[in-house]
Write a protein that binds this ligand. Structure first.
Ligand code: MLT
Length: 206
């Protein structure tokens, strides 16, 4: 039986205890971030679901009302659904559920941030490329054993630097160890993002 709740997804087994949960941006799919995941960690398993919401035919992980304005009820539901999928996929593929590291870009980074805030038990770490505050949780999560790396573009027209900074404060005040890097760029992922995230994954996590 496939993991329930189900998502269209790719799973690539690795040789280490770590699994990267790859979360694509708007208009992406489950295959998009596989090369990025392999480039970040050649040994990790890769679990890459496709977002179930369609915006003009483009897959996303949750609904938005406008750019940067999220449908919060949908975001909450979809965050729990994705977290439940990760739990059942970990059982199904026999992966170590203590070493799941989200790697998200844009919309994928925002649902990963939402998962940190609403389901803090799921991820041991997260690499968030171009993330903002997705929602304000009703209760503060305990993220004291969670490590987060965030890559932001100072000229990003979609993710305001101030909202990324707010996310950093929110995660730190919940106990997370957060590294933030600002790049002289926009919303696009750059090779500098990937190089620094790879170095952080190699040197800062078990
Ligand atoms: C979002 O909707 O999560 C952000 O605006 C980023 C994006 O455009 O996907």
């Amino acid at each position: 039986m496939r993991p329930q709740p189900d998502f269209i997804h790719e799973f690539v087994p690795g040789s280490s205890a770590r699994t990267l949960l790859l979360l694509h941006g708007t208009g992406g799919n489950e295959r998009d971030l596989i090369p990025l995941g392999r480039g970040l960690d050649p040994n990790a398993s890769l679990l890459s679901p496709r977002g179930k919401v369609l915006e003009n035919g483009m897959p996303r992980f949750f609904r938005r009302l406008a750019e940067g304005v999220f449908d919060l009820e949908d975001l909450k539901e979809r965050t729990h659904e994705l977290a439940d999928f990760v739990v059942s996929a970990a059982e199904h593929y026999k992966i170590d559920n203590k070493h799941i590291v989200a790697v998200g870009y844009s919309n994928g980074a925002n649902i990963a941030a939402s998962m940190l805030l609403l389901r803090p038990e799921i991820l041991s770490a997260a690499v968030l490329f171009r993330a903002m505050v997705p929602l304000v949780p009703e209760t503060k999560p305990n993220l004291s054993s969670v490590h987060v790396w965030i890559g932001a573009g100072v000229h990003d027209p979609i993710i305001p630097a101030s909202s990324t900074q707010e996310l950093v404060e929110m995660l730190r005040s919940s106990g997370a160890d957060v590294t933030i890097r600002f790049f002289q760029g926009g919303h696009q992922l750059t090779s500098d993002d990937v190089d620094l995230a790879r170095e952080w994954l190699t040197t800062s996590l078990d």
